[in-house]
Design a binder for this molecule. Sequence first.
Ligand code: FPP
Length: 221
Amino acid sequence: MDGNGRWAKKRLLPRKFGHREGVKTIDRIADCVFERGIKYLTLFAFSTENWKRPADEVSGLLSLFAGYLRRKVPKMVKNGVVLRVIGSARGLDEKTRKLIDDAYEKTKNGTRGVLTVCFDYGGRADIVAAVNKCVESGTLVSEETFPGFLQTAGLPDPDIVVRTGGEKRISNFLLYQMAYSELYFSDTLWPDLTEKDLDGILSVYARTDRRFGGVDEDDNI
Ligand code: FPP
């Protein structure tokens, strides 16, 4: 969800206004995603590197996140959407940790879809922690069993990873999980992303020929 800061800068506003607008986009896009029958949406909200930002921006993001958890749970329960948070809870206060646990407890029986928020998440940290869990358990892992040690255990690998805001990099997102994901880089700033943009992305995806390293059946002659 890149581009909140630039959205605000373009309007000569402090960056926090961009983040606030970004939360509105989360609402809009998440609704559209689940309406279209997509079962899993995973948002990269705060990376393990985002702690390097100025303290007032970090505390603004933490309170937007807590506010989101406080406000959105009833709607998710109603809509059957499970709200799961992955990442580290180390930098979060007790209240936010409880909001995360409560959100999952209240929504966990939803059957319409799963919204996963990655907060204080890093792909490398996820892999390292998973490897340590394997070592501790003394199990040799395979490509089939290793994902069960990652924080995304139980979620399918992403079919498509979308980055808004014009940068073409992965920035330590789901490094193991996205080995075969389609990548879509959009110049649109996250707060400007619309339902129409989402449909455009989905129609590009629908036309994609995913071969997972193989060949198409009609090329197999
Ligand atoms: C990217 O824009 C956005 C972020 C780093 C933060 C997004 C997180 C929130 C809005 C917190 C709330 C989260 C939830 C799930 C409600 P940027 O600041 O990197 O933009 P720029 O590249 O234009 O500076």
